[in-house]
Structures are given as structure tokens and as C-alpha cells.
Design a protein. Sequence first.
Length: 289
Amino acid sequence: MGYTKKFRIEPDSKVKLDTFDPSEKGGYADSNAAENEIAHHVANLDELQALLYADGRYSLLIVLQGLDGAGKDGTIRHVFNGVNPQGTKVQAFKVPTPEEAAHDFLWRAHKATPGKGEIVIFNRSHYEDVLVVRVHDLVPKKVWSKRYKEIRAFERNLSEGGTVILKFFLNISYEEQLDRFRKRLDDPQRQWKISESDYTERKYWNDYQSAYEEALAETSTDYAPWFVIPSNHKWFRNLAISSIIVNSLRDLHMKVPAPRVDLDDIRRKYHGAEETEKKVDASGKADAD
Ligand code: ADP
């Protein structure tokens, strides 16, 4: 539906990132035009998370990948800013600790996956093990090339257990990345984040693009699809991602479980006759906070 179909990588398809426009705005003139829609999705997401918890059959795993400056942090801040923190967790994936490095590459990812009713957002993920690891030759090709299969099996296993998996590649252009780095250079609040390696990594741009193309083609499946999100415009990125998440959760047709007690009995016993009479208002809806 809408952006879901438009930006999804179909299973077994070839991916050429230069055929995707990172500046796409989906027909909107500017951020003002999309603002209401984004706010609407963000509010819906809060309600859907509450329903995810009440329904208790599913969990949601969001994977965010992209080059430095692509907007992984900004996406988390904007898309999930209305969601109840009790039901949502962010897991960042940094250079593996000695303990993590001593285990198989999926160990730290598996430990962080969401339980029933929860949303977990991976800020970077197990995909680093076929991306940075490949670009910088951190393990031999014969090791990383087997990982696609292992990732597919891992994600299938999660999916069969009730986890909805949505994976977003935040697609920015080479020029936009430099522009974002320059803005950071001029922003006293963010200068501390700058490291020279952000700039030196740019010489691997094409290697990263190839690594992403292969990873997306190898691991976009019906049960764990990849989406290539145009991300030069932050507001359009937020709109597309929030819309895809909301639509995927709606497709689950979740339900609030039936009460486990006899409501009339409870009303009679603990609220008295008077309360029982005004149990529903004229519209038939009980008060909600
Ligand atoms: P951010 O995600 O905000 O860029 P950092 O600046 O701390 O956070 O970057 C995390 C770094 O960890 C990235 O350079 C990423 O490539 C690296 N990393 C993550 N997972 C692995 C891994 N499995 N092997 C090697 N490096 C990794």
C-alpha cells in the first residue's frame, strides 16, 4: 500500500542504488505540506503500540541502516517521539565488544530482539557484519558471504515466532552527506561528534554502495523486507518510514483481548447501583483517559 509497495525491494530482485532518487519528495512541495500527515502517523503509532501489547501475539523489529549522516538518529527521534517508552527500546550496534566478538555475529542481535508486544529499533544491526566488515576486510569473503543465508534463517525464525521485521536503508547522496557534515562543523552543539574518519570513510562510498546492493538483494524477503527510503529530505524520510510502519501494523488486524472478568459482576460488586447506570455515556463509549 502506498510507500510500502513503492520503496520495498522485492525478493530475488537485483538492486542498483543509482536507480533510486534520494531526493524524492513523493509529490509534496515541502515539509509543511506533509507535516499533518507525519503527526497523524506518529499518533497512530502510539495507539498501535498499545494494541500490540494488548493483543500479545506479535512484536515489531525495525532495522535502520545507512551511511554516516543518513539520519538514523533523527528517524528515531522523530518517528518514535510519540510512542510510550515502556513498550519501545532502541538498540545501537557499535564495534563489537570483546565478549560480542567471541560469539557468533548474530548473538548480540538475537539477545536484543523484541518480546511479544514490544517494539525494538536496531540503530545499525547485524547487517554491519556484511557491510563495514566486508568493506574493510575485517573477515575473509568466505566467512561474510555465508552470512546472508544465516541472516535469512535468523529472520525467518523470528518471523515465524510472531515478529514483524521492517528494514530501512536510508538513502542519501554523496553530496548530501558532505553537506550534513559541513552543517555539523558549524554547529557548536554537534561539533563534538565530528571525527576525521567520517570524512576518510567517504573514499569507500562506492564499496559501501555495492555492499548495500548485495545485502539488500540477498536478504529482502516476504517475511523481512528491505525498503530503500529517499532520505535527502528528512521530513520525507520520516513520512515514508512512519507510513510504512503504521500500515504494516494495521495489516496485522490486532485485537484487544476480551475482558477476563464478568464486567457487570464487577460493576455491581465494586461500583454500586448508581455507577452501573452511568457505565456508558450517550454515545455508548466508556470514558478513556
Ligand atoms: P553511529 O551509529 O551513531 O555512527 P558510532 O559513531 O559509535 O555510532 O559508530 C559505530 C561504529 O561501529 C560504526 O562505524 C560501525 O560501522 C561500527 N560497527 C558496528 N558493528 C560493527 C561490526 N560488527 N564490526 C565492525 N564494526 C562495527
